[in-house]
Design a protein around this ligand. Structure first.
Ligand code: APR
Length: 234
């Protein structure tokens, strides 16, 4: 992948970029949690049926993310952003905070973030790093008393700021996708949009994603091994 002074880079990351930081991906081995498929604890239906189970799942993920450190791939993206400035945009499907801890700034969490919660009624997100692991401990809104949920986009919900994402995709000249199985839309469709615009599209990961045929270039390798080398010439 070559980047020139005129290029605008749109990077999309998925669970695979945090794999080498020790955080499990969703669809690989270990994609189960206490015998539940992730889909069973990451839906509005799961929340309605069993908020305690859902909060135990996200409390565990908060713990895991807090214990993890950014890896060479997160740092490589932060370093390339320093070079490109406003010609760089990073959209992540991940809810961990490893990109920001590596120094990324032009970053959008399209599926929400682990370290915020929001009242189901007031809907305003607030910073939250607490663990809620029993029925008694479940949080309630300090303003209206209604339930507080994780600030996460669940299956069946609309990802955050799609307008902003599409306008960045419109100005991009290169799309780089890292560590995502290409199975969850709308993110899995970004490559088709980019392809229709005729821009260069690159995938980085140890195996081909489901939407592999839409990419101009596939680089098979792990994120932490591949990205620093990929950006070496920028
Ligand atoms: N480097 C790069 N990619 C890797 C690595 C690695 N070290 N290890 C695994 N991968 C790849 C796998 O090959 C797989 O294609 O990461 C991908 C992870 O895929 P998924 O587990 O499906 O995760 P993701 O695509 O991010 O899931 C999308 O689904 O569960 C929902 O909302 C959740 O954001 C998530 C969305």
């Amino acid at each position: 992948m070559r980047l020139t002074a005129e290029d605008h880079l749109f990077a999309l990351t998925g669970a695979g970029i945090s794999a080498e930081s020790g955080l499990a991906t969703f669809r690989g081995s270990g994609g189960l949690w206490n015998g539940h498929r992730v889909e069973e604890v990451a839906t509005p239906e799961a929340w309605m049926a069993n908020p305690e189970l859902v909060w135990r799942f996200y409390s565990m993920r908060r713990r895991d993310a807090m214990a993890a450190e950014p890896n060479a791939a997160h740092f490589a993206l932060a370093a390339v952003e320093e070079q490109l400035g406003d010609r760089f945009y990073l959209c992540t499907q991940n809810v961990d905070d490893l990109h920001e801890r590596a120094g990324s700034q032009r970053l959008h969490h399209m599926h929400g973030t682990l370290f915020a919660s929001r009242c189901v009624r007031c809907n305003r997100p607030f910073a939250d790093r607490a663990f809620y692991e029993s029925v008694k401990a479940l949080p309630a809104c300090s303003v209206c008393g209604r339930a507080v949920r994780p600030h996460i986009v669940w299956f069946g919900e609309m990802p955050l700021d799609m307008d902003g994402i599409y306008s960045q995709l419109d100005r991009a000249t290169v799309l780089l996708v890292v560590g995502t199985s290409g199975s969850v839309y709308p993110a899995a469709g970004f490559v088709q949009i980019a392809r229709r615009r005729g821009i260069h599209t690159v995938y980085v990961g140890p195996e081909k994603p489901l939407n592999a045929s839409s990419f101009s270039e596939i680089l098979l390798g792990t994120a932490a091994e591949t990205l620093p080398e990929l950006f070496a010439s920028v």
